[in-house]
Design a protein around this ligand. Structure first.
Ligand SMILES: [Zn+2]
Ligand SMILES: [Zn+2]
Length: 341
């Protein structure tokens, strides 16, 4: 076949050789600017399909595709790019558009400026309006939450929201109320889901109560309050139960108390250990020593105080994790405080 334009011999596309075809047919009509709203709060970009949290380098080809459809007769088109930041809101982008027509590929190079328009996505806009639908309440079972539980619950919820794929999932505010925490969240489903997850991670019970709070577009709107009650004890707590000092080694599905004097473990239904009282204790790794009297003691790593070791072990190691109370040091079955378990 011969090119009708230049007479070259070889494959032709609509009568033209590859060179003449490429000269005759631009792939796209390059635009000078592409404007894209970007959420100042969460960094999402707005594409025609909606807000996306995708990385900038994934968003740019999308933007280019939206701004520059392939020109006929090209059937398919792909973009590659190199972006240079001129300032926080202006990108100078070197674009390579590759168009396909039958077996032929043509490439077109040009420059586009991407202008980022600071904005707020729908989710952040609502959040800024302190919008909420559901409430997640975290409380203790017959007690106030310990400061470390408050911290743990906050961290847990923040991590769940971060990992959520749903841009509509957010916490609009958190209130520390007497003995507990309230999270005001974007949807009722989120309140219930977080409550379930918290109870799964920390033990405890969940109740949810919907309350009608109005009508929206002729539809009844409910606000759900999901309440998690964290169990009376947490793993690692030291309690006095029926005269014995014990460490809590598990809280779900049963509460397991390990008697520190004997080393024996027993499991209880949560309601059967309501009468147990938490006592002040630390848990750490301590050096052990035998006194001249033959008594074994543990030595506090900071204060160098000594406490008799219980249960008295025949062949002790040089160091051990102990529960340190005002009366004694007990061999523990749990890792020291502050370590991951
Ligand atoms: Zn030709
Ligand atoms: Zn946002």
């Amino acid at each position: 076949m011969f090119c009708v334009e230049c007479g070259a011999e070889g494959p032709v596309y609509e009568g033209l050789c590859a060179n003449c075809f490429r000269k005759r047919h631009p792939i796209v009509a390059p635009v000078e600017f592409v404007d894209v709203p970007r959420c100042q709060s969460c960094g999402s970009y707005r594409l025609r399909s909606g807000w996306t949290k995708a990385d900038r380098d994934l968003v740019i080809p999308q933007l280019l595709r939206e701004a520059m459809p392939p020109l006929a007769p090209y059937e398919r088109l792909s973009f590659t790019h190199v972006a240079r930041e001129e300032d926080a809101n202006n990108l100078s982008v070197r674009v390579k558009a590759a168009g396909r027509f039958q077996e032929l590929t043509a490439v077109q190079d040009f420059q586009v400026r991407i202008r980022i328009k600071p904005s707020y996505c729908d989710a952040c806009q609502k959040q800024r309006g302190r919008y909420y639908e559901g409430i997640l309440q975290v409380r203790g079972e017959d007690r106030e939450l310990a400061p470390r539980e408050v911290r743990a619950a906050r961290t847990f919820v923040a991590a769940r929201i971060d990992r959520s794929e749903d841009p509509e999932a957010f916490v609009s505010r958190i209130e520390e109320v007497h003995g507990g925490l309230d999270f005001y969240v974007s949807t009722n489903a989120l309140a219930k889901g977080l409550a379930r997850d918290l109870a799964g991670a920390f033990g405890g019970t969940v109740t949810a109560s919907p309350k009608l709070f109005g009508q929206r577009q002729g539809r009844e709107v409910y606000r759900v309050t999901a309440l998690v009650r964290l169990p009376a004890f947490q793993k690692g707590d030291v309690v006095r139960h029926k005269g014995a000092v014990a460490e809590v080694t598990s809280v779900r599905p049963f509460v397991v108390l390990r008697d520190l004097a004997t080393g024996e473990s027993r499991r209880f239904k949560p309601k059967d250990v309501r009468g147990a009282n938490r006592i002040d204790a630390e848990r750490f790794e301590a050096q052990l020593a035998r006194l001249d009297s033959g008594e074994l003691v543990a030595i506090h790593p900071q204060t160098a105080e000594e406490r008799p070791l219980r249960p008295a072990s025949k062949r002790p190691a040089a160091r051990a994790v102990v529960v340190w109370t005002s009366e004694a040091a007990y061999l523990s079955n749990l890792p020291p405080e502050g370590s991951k378990d």
